[in-house]
Design a binder for this molecule. Sequence first.
Ligand code: IPE
Ligand code: IPE
Ligand code: MG
Length: 256
Amino acid sequence: MSQLLEKIDKDNLPRHIAIIMDGNGRWAKEQGQDRLFGHFHGVESVRNIVEGCAELGIEYLTLYAFSTENWDRPEYEVVGLMELLVNTIREEAETLRKNNIRLHVIGDMSLLPDYAKKELGEALQVTKDNTGLNLVMALSYSGRWELLNAVKNIAHDVQEGKLKIEAIDQNTLQKFLCTSNFPDPELMIRTSGEYRISNFLLYQLAYAELYFTHVRWPDFRKENLYEAIVDYQNRERRFGKTSDQLGQEFLRQEVR
Ligand code: IPE
Ligand code: IPE
Ligand code: MG
């Protein structure tokens, strides 16, 4: 067993890990290859990390695969990426089903080509009864798109008389997000040495621990995931309180 894996405290795992899978293009360019070559190799990392999370018993894994802004990339890259995503989902659906992994998708599906919508719909259907890892693919997703959508839908319900303005609280807003069925991520990982959020889960990451690594996504493997989890477990999550307060709460729990 790997030394890092042994260091992980199984009683203090994040329930939800979110990953910005970045650096495919640079990884390919560094080898004198086309950007699509990098995306192609990124799929192997997805397989490896999904397997790693399932083995650890992580409940939710959200992967940022394509942002709403990524539609503005050169057409050949967008088309290549869509085909890769659709083919991968088609090929992997049965493996996901067998491994008790349930697939979810978040994002603006209206922008996806019809063939992509169809394949995704089938994979969602095939895995819908699974109870293990929830694999959430953020596809054509952005935090601002999601928040705008939520605001419009809330306004609509108010206009229809289904919702009173005074009754709107954080729970209401949460219910209108595409992640309403998932807990917020405790750990967010971004690969490839960029230190930004790039419009990912803007609301949900409020108290997430952020972990950045220079490793490019196509090189990211279980060991790198374990390293991020160990790092996460050494953080003190204060949620606005003081360190002393947390110590006291811990003691009270121990006494009980
Ligand atoms: C991440 O890799 C994959 C997607 C955004 C779809 P990039 O394609 O952004 O690779 P870099 O950041 O240009 O190296
Ligand atoms: C973020 O990566 C989106 C995904 C990984 C899907 P980008 O490569 O698009 O982000 P920026 O442009 O560097 O901020
Ligand atoms: Mg990038």
